[in-house]
Design a protein. Structure first.
Length: 305
């Protein structure tokens, strides 16, 4: 018996049609799943039993938490494809909010850096700038609205506790009173009703900048500061200027504190005096690379990137 071989093009068309039908069926199933979940939560909240009502709220909160982490993973996967040097910077208010989340969740620097796609040393630099002895508080890390008085700290704490669902106004006020804060339940309610201002988003650059490529020795320099942990837990800061083409350090400086712009400017002048000046100098947006450092670059004719 002679059998006609199947047509490959027909098989391909049938496979594509089946794939489209399967995708549409999957999306329709998600529509029905969302409707079923919504009806379940609505019916549970409508029950007269307060325990069933609270259980519905817990289920809704757990569902939103799972979906929020899914959204975070999707956004992190997308931003992770962008080279680190071309990602948009966090605003000072966003950086302070990141530090608040780190403290709240008990994350390490590595966990926080992995979540927000930055270097663990960057998280350490942000934390160093909000220490009581820091000389650059508020330059690159600052809350929104600013905290300049103890009352501002109380207001921010009350709003954070409200966001976490800590409890009613009287319970929250009683907790703060036991901790030594003088506040009433009426004040707590007034603060809770205040509209929170979102953290400002940094404006986009006026024009896109092309990436700098080091084409020969002395063409592009790089400057950076790092915190180094020494013997018996002591820490010191290392500032370095090195050539981007050869990766050779030109000047190194150690400090028992985070260097300021004047100290990094002196380090830069030492490198220029020994090796001449480059065309470009690449730095981050730390306060040690602003002020006197930036003025010295402008007077020397070096472009900071």
């Amino acid at each position: 018996m002679h059998m006609t071989p199947p047509d490959p093009s027909r098989i391909r068309d049938l496979g594509q049609a089946a794939s489209r039908v399967a995708l549409q069926a999957l999306l329709r199933a998600h529509d029905l799943l969302g409707h079923a979940t919504g009806h379940h939560l609505r019916d549970a909240r409508a029950q007269a039993d307060p325990v069933r009502h609270l259980q519905a709220r817990v289920e809704e909160a757990e569902l939103k938490a799972r979906l929020a982490w899914d959204i975070t993973d999707i956004l992190r996967a997308r931003l992770g494809k962008i080279p680190e040097g071309r990602r948009p910077y966090y605003s000072p208010a966003h950086r302070f909010r990141i530090l608040e989340l780190k403290r709240l969740l008990g994350w390490t620097r590595a966990e926080t850096a992995a979540t927000f796609l930055v270097c663990p040393n960057t998280i350490g630099n942000w934390e160093a700038q909000v220490q009581p002895g820091a000389n650059t508080v508020g330059s690159t890390v600052k809350p929104n609205p600013p905290i300049v008085r103890m009352k501002d700290a109380v207001r921010s704490l009350v709003q954070a506790m409200k966001r976490l669902g800590f409890g009613a106004d009287d319970l929250l006020a009683m907790t703060l009173i036991r901790a030594g804060w003088r506040i009433s339940a009426r004040t707590v309610g007034r603060i809770a009703r205040e509209k929170l201002h979102p953290a400002p988003i940094p404006p986009p650059p006026s024009k896109p900048q092309r990436p700098v490529k080091a084409r020969f020795v002395g063409h592009v320099w790089m400057a950076d500061t790092s915190e180094v942990r020494g013997f018996l837990g002591r820490t010191f800061h290392l500032a370095a200027v090195f050539d981007a083409f050869s990766r050779v350090p030109l000047v190194l400086g150690t400090f028992d504190h985070k260097p300021n712009s004047t100290e990094t400017e002196a380090l830069l002048q030492k490198a220029i005096g020994a090796f001449g000046k480059p065309k470009y100098l690449i730095t981050d947006l730390g306060p040690e690379f602003k002020g006197a450092f930036r003025k010295a670059l402008a007077s020397s004719g070096v472009t900071q990137r």
